[in-house]
Design a protein around this ligand. Structure first.
Ligand code: NAD
Ligand code: WQD
Length: 336
């Protein structure tokens, strides 16, 4: 199939491109490189030994999208492009709404225009807000308390409306838990700009000597050791989830929603200690106040994806931290 991947140069997109190319798909990437590097795509080609087509363009530009849909006979779209930093979204909400929501609307409109009705959308476990119970199943109530989360919820709703208006659409809303890790080759991985917001890149940068100490945001949560618990999932497992979702779309399922998580939660300290074992060094940390908006614990019930997609996360915490470390030590400055 010919797959258009928006945001394909980014962290999850680049890893997904590997899976798609390895499965023999033709991959067309559109990315404005606002949070990524073209080098990620050259490395994807090197790893797979296959070529992809890259457009350094913005999904907000309808005429550009039309040109791409005119040039290629696209069978399905995987839509990663978006801004993703929760804290930043509270500072510049309009940019988040414009980029994430308007960008998605433009894309969906062009898809409709060209009768391309197969879509995989990057949603997030953030749409569950602060869940009343764990593990989280797909039918849990949704909510959002920041512009980023609201943008994901709204796009999910837009997708539902499109499907209800025209049941020929097939849409998989994938709710990712906490993606970490890197391709096993150490050639591609997560390369945040500036100070990392997320736990794993921060730990990796402390371990490599780029930052002094990890601030742990609170140790007074009602969890095993007081630190926050999350469902960390290896980015290559996540990438494989997208291939399975594309397969599912071929069966014309209508609109489907899947959690992509492992079903296991690990605390900040557990992750830190796992990283120390792999890096064979102590990683300095200190406890600070809770981060606004954080919840105590969050992990998926991944059974629906197993049942309906035949997908399950295969890699464990050791794989996740060792692949992160491998990427970090081989690319201490990220892509440059
Ligand atoms: P990323 O920032 O690495 O990738 C997003 C890519 O989209 C970047 O390469 C960026 O340059 C591109 N982009 C942004 N706006 C664009 C636009 N208007 N036009 C063209 N390209 C644009 O982020 P990621 O971690 O790979 O996340 C991918 C998707 O998954 C995002 O939608 C994100 O919200 C979602 N998601 C991420 C996480 C996570 O923790 N990483 C968790 C849940 C959901
Ligand atoms: C994990 C744990 C922190 C950094 C975010 C988004 C979510 C999704 C994934 C996009 C928490 C603790 C972190 C640090 C710390 N993204 N922590 N010190 O907050 O679960 O989820 O990314 O959809 O929407 O909110 O991930 O990696 O930031 O935090 O102690 O320097 O690590 O408090 O318990 P989070 P995270």
């Amino acid at each position: 199939m010919q797959i258009l991947v928006t945001g394909g140069a980014g962290y999850i997109g680049s890893h997904t491109c590997i899976c798609l190319l390895e499965q023999g798909h033709d991959v067309i990437v559109i990315d404005n490189l606002s949070n990524s590097h073209q080098q990620a795509l050259s490395r994807v080609e090197k790893i797979t030994g296959k070529k992809l087509t890259f457009y350094q363009e913005d999904i907000l530009h309808q005429t550009v999208l039309e040109r791409i849909f005119n040039t290629h006979t696209i069978d399905a779209v995987i839509h990663f492009a978006g801004l993703k930093a929760v804290g930043e979204s509270t500072q510049i909400p309009l940019q988040y709404y414009h980029n994430n929501i308007t960008g998605s609307l433009v894309l969906l409109e062009v898809m409709q225009q060209y009768q391309v009705k197969n879509l995989v959308f990057s949603s997030s476990a953030t749409v569950y807000g602060d869940p009343k119970q764990l593990p989280i199943t797909e039918d849990f109530p949704t909510s959002a308390n920041n512009p980023y989360g609201r943008s994901k919820l709204l796009i999910e709703e837009v997708c539902r409306d499109i499907y209800h208006a025209d049941p020929l659409w097939n849409i998989a809303l994938l709710r990712y838990f906490n993606p970490i890790g890197a391709h096993h080759s150490g050639q591609i991985g997560e390369d945040p700009q500036g100070i990392p917001n997320n736990l794993l890149p921060y730990i990796a940068q402390v371990a490599v000597g780029k930052r002094e100490s990890l601030s742990i945001f609170g140790n007074d949560y009602a969890t095993c050791d007081g630190t926050g618990v999350r469902d960390y999932i290896h980015v290559m497992d996540l990438a494989e989830g997208h291939s399975k979702a594309l397969d599912k779309l071929q069966t014309q399922p209508g609109l489907v929603v899947y959690n992509l998580g492992t079903g296991k939660g690990y605390s900040v300290l557990e992750v830190l200690h796992a990283f120390e074992q792999v890096a064979k060094k102590a990683i300095p940390y200190h406890i600070v106040a809770r981060r606004a908006g954080d919840i105590a614990a969050c992990y998926a019930d991944p059974h629906l994806a197993k049942k309906e997609l035949g997908w399950i996360a295969k890699r464990d915490l050791h794989d996740m931290v060792s692949d992160t470390w491998h990427w970090q030590i081989h690319n201490p400055q990220g892509y440059i």
